[in-house]
Design a protein around this ligand. Structure first.
Ligand code: PBG
Ligand code: ZN
Length: 326
């Protein structure tokens, strides 16, 4: 098809034609909103680098959950900011831990809103690593049991789905095993399967107080230069029993989302992470871009790349636009 016989502009003449041939359509069904739960009452601590986001005590969390539910967003991803940290991350798997309490309250009030819990230890360890530390290295196998106990405690509190983000080898099998052994064979696992060691997590680590106190996460999170390795990581989690696999971050890794979508036949989630959110907000605030337009373009690009599910701090704002209220 060559010009002048073929003219691509023929199908771009008006909005109706453009709508008719549009290949990617965002909907509120695609979104998961991450939320930060903290102890206390009436706490709403703004996260400076993430405008519109807060550390919320459980009572405040309910107000946000109401908005999320009313906007048609199907799920939230819950992170905990605990009162105390220690070497064994005990508040990660405590029955009355912050996530456990928040899940229970959310499910009591909004039974239809899916509550997915992030399963990791970094907010709960005094050193800020995602696993148990031996000297200066993270002990993979010693960490598995604690991750499994954390996941089980979330399921017992009522979590609809658990999402391990630690990047220890073998954790999906360990979590699947403990859930099945305790009557939670119906609880799905969304694994952060291809999670890169990224500087785009900066604002999140401030929000969740989870930055490592020494070293970095390069010995467990993936090297940003690798793509084939992502397929191995994802395949491993699939074989261990993951129900949904995630690529994280999203924007600098659209090629990974695309490749995983082509090679794996499970639902693919992508995490539009904190730094990606903050950059758009900051440029918008400076007046350098139209942040609402860039938001929609960005979310569309993640879906176009192949994501079935998008975890994003933009979920509520984008839902407003999609629901015709923006
Ligand atoms: C912790 C965790 C991180 C994020 C989600 N879970 C940070 C990290 O690995 O240091 C990042 C989320 C974001 O940046 O929005 N395991
Ligand atoms: Zn972690």
């Amino acid at each position: 098809m060559l010009f002048p016989d073929y003219r691509p502009r023929r199908l771009r003449q008006n909005q109706a034609l453009r709508r008719m041939i549009r290949e990617t359509v965002l909907t509120v069904d695609d979104f998961v909103l991450p939320l930060f739960a903290i102890g206390g009452k009436n706490v709403k601590n703004p996260i400076d680098s993430m405008p519109g986001h807060f550390q919320l005590s459980v009572d405040q969390l309910l107000k946000t959950a109401k908005k999320v539910h009313e906007s048609g967003i199907p799920a939230v991803m819950l992170f905990g900011v605990p009162d105390k940290k220690d070497a064994l991350a005990t508040s990660a798997y405590a029955k009355d831990g912050i996530v456990q309490k928040a899940v229970k309250t959310l499910k009591d009030s909004f039974p239809e809103l899916l509550v997915i819990t992030d399963v990791c230890l970094c907010q709960y360890t005094d050193h800020g690593h995602c696993g148990i530390v031996d000297g200066h290295s993270v002990d993979n196998d010693a960490t598995l049991d604690l991750l499994a106990r954390t996941a089980l405690s979330h399921a017992k509190a009522g979590a609809d789905m658990v999402a391990p983000s630690d990047m220890m080898d073998g954790r999906v099998a360990e979590i699947r095993g403990i859930l099945d052994d305790n009557g939670y064979s119906h609880t799905p696992i969304m694994s952060y399967a291809a999670k890169y060691c990224s500087y785009y997590y900066g604002p999140f680590r401030a929000a969740a107080d989870s930055a490592p106190k020494f070293g970095d996460r390069r010995t467990y999170q993936m090297d940003p230069a690798n793509s084939t390795e992502a397929i191995r990581e994802v395949t491993m989690d699939v074989e261990e029993g993951a129900d949904i696999i995630m690529v994280k971050p999203a924007l600098a890794y659209l090629d990974i989302i695309c490749r995983v979508r082509q090679e794996i036949d499970l639902p693919v989630a992508a995490y539009n992470v904190s730094g990606e959110f903050s950059m758009i907000k900051a440029a918008g605030k400076m007046g350098w871009i139209d942040d609402q337009k860039v938001m929609m373009e960005t979310l569309t690009s993640i879906k176009r790349a192949g994501a079935d599910i998008i975890l994003t701090y933009f979920a509520l704002e984008a839902a407003e636009i999609l629901n015709g209220m923006g």
